[in-house]
Design a protein around this ligand. Structure first.
Ligand code: NAD
Length: 373
């Protein structure tokens, strides 16, 4: 199959959907790879490296010519979408949750669209799961960003001039990103606590050497869906959780929030009053910024300062590690590719496979995903 890789056009997007390593693997599997010039430049992957492994570099039009599939990091803008060959397969992080208009646009463009965010959370699909690969890096980077903004050290330091106390880091939401944030903060020497609404998180937090802080009532015991995600919690639970968080947060130096509910606005876990109870110099890094933020004061892509507390709302943390994020994402796509072709290597998506069923938004000009019809 002919696979096209375009330069990402979304503002601030630094990642690319194929790396020289992934191109080499795809070519070895018999595919033709066409890459738009400079597609990997912002991820430190120059054109020469792609050429060296056998990719064809060209303009946007040349790259799309005859493409069976387009691998992308983000959904193409309307102008680019209109240029995609009819009937081609578009695979990317298409932000599909509840966005019927976007799915309709794919259908009208005659594009068969697969959303990486809808990769089912089953063992067989783990190597294709872009939410996990990107969240892992985001969790790491959130702590690194926090350490840059925080004007103190993370580890306890004993010096001749006296001792510096270790930073207290609180991680809210202990999923993929949160667990990596905990591990990173621990490596930097912080004293770490974490919270979640899913009981499974408790043991995972403890195994990383952090203390679990949560309202563990009957609702907590049933907060995980069959898909492994959190449910939206009741008003009563939210009130109990807010009370617990308010007293805990006032004693923290750094808070990393990662709490998400798929397809819903991010739960508001930190109020303005809670921020005001924190010490000046404290830092909040809110990974939920693109979904509205876990903190009331978060603004996407800004570092807001409120009464001495910095609240950072980076909306594309994986993009701040463009080379590694691209490598993992490109491997996710390589691992998915066998489900997109027949035995002869030609485009023939396994439409009846549960992974492909889960990911398919549009097919043959129609919106087919059950959540978007
Ligand atoms: P996510 O990004 O949807 O949410 C992040 C975390 O926020 C979750 O742990 C969630 O429980 C938590 N959260 C939601 N509401 C909250 C609230 N009000 N207060 C506190 N925390 C709240 O989740 P995720 O990181 O993508 O992963 C969720 C689970 O899925 C994890 O257990 C992960 O191990 C599992 N998973 C399984 C597979 C697989 O089997 N293939 C792949 C990836 C992840």
């Amino acid at each position: 199959m002919k696979i096209a890789i375009l330069k990402e056009r979304r503002d601030g997007e630094t990642r690319v959907a194929a790396t020289p390593e992934s191109v080499k693997k795809l070519i070895a599997a018999g595919h033709d790879i066409q890459i738009e010039k400079d597609a990997g430049a912002s991820a430190s992957m120059p054109d020469s490296q792609y050429e060296a492994v056998g990719a064809k570099l060209g303009t946007l039009a040349a790259t799309l010519k005859g493409a069976d599939a387009v691998f992308a990091v983000r959904a193409p803008d309307a102008e680019t979408l209109a240029k995609l060959p009819k009937g081609c397969l578009l695979v990317g992080q298409l932000e599909p949750h509840g966005d019927k208009a976007r799915a309709k646009a794919f259908a009208e463009a005659g594009v068969n669209a697969l959303a990486m965010e809808f990769t089912p959370r089953i063992t067989r699909a783990q190597a294709m799961d872009a939410l996990s690969s990107q969240s892992n890096l985001a969790g790491y980077r959130a702590v690194i960003e926090a350490s840059q903004i925080y004007r103190r050290a993370f580890p306890m330091m004993m010096t001749a001039a006296g001792t510096i106390a270790a930073a207290k880091v609180f991680v809210m939401g202990a999923g993929v990103a949160g667990l990596q944030a905990i591990a990173t903060a621990r490596r930097l020497g912080a004293v770490v606590t974490a919270t979640d609404v899913r009981p499974a998180a408790k043991e995972q937090v403890a195994s990383l050497g952090a203390k679990f802080v949560a309202v563990e009532d009957e609702e907590f015991k049933a907060a995980e869906t069959a898909g492994g995600y959190a449910k939206e919690m009741s008003k009563e639970y939210q009130a109990k959780q807010a009370e617990l968080v308010a007293s805990h947060i006032a004693r923290q130096d750094v808070v990393v929030t990662t709490a998400l509910i798929p397809g819903r606005p991010a739960p508001k876990l930190i109020t303005k009053a809670m921020v005001e109870a924190m010490k000046p110099g404290s830092v909040i890094v809110d990974l939920a910024a693109p979904m509205g933020g876990n903190c009331e004061l978060t603004k996407a892509d800004e570092i807001v300062e409120h009464k001495g507390v910095s609240i950072a709302g980076f909306s594309n943390l994986p993009g701040r590690l463009a080379a590694d994020a691209s490598s993992l994402y490109a491997r996710n796509l390589v691992n998915l590719t066998p489900l997109l072709v027949g035995e002869d290597g030609a485009l023939a998506p396994h439409w009846d496979d549960e992974i492909i069923i889960g990911m398919t938004l549009t097919r043959d000009g129609k919106v087919v995903h059950e959540t978007l019809k």
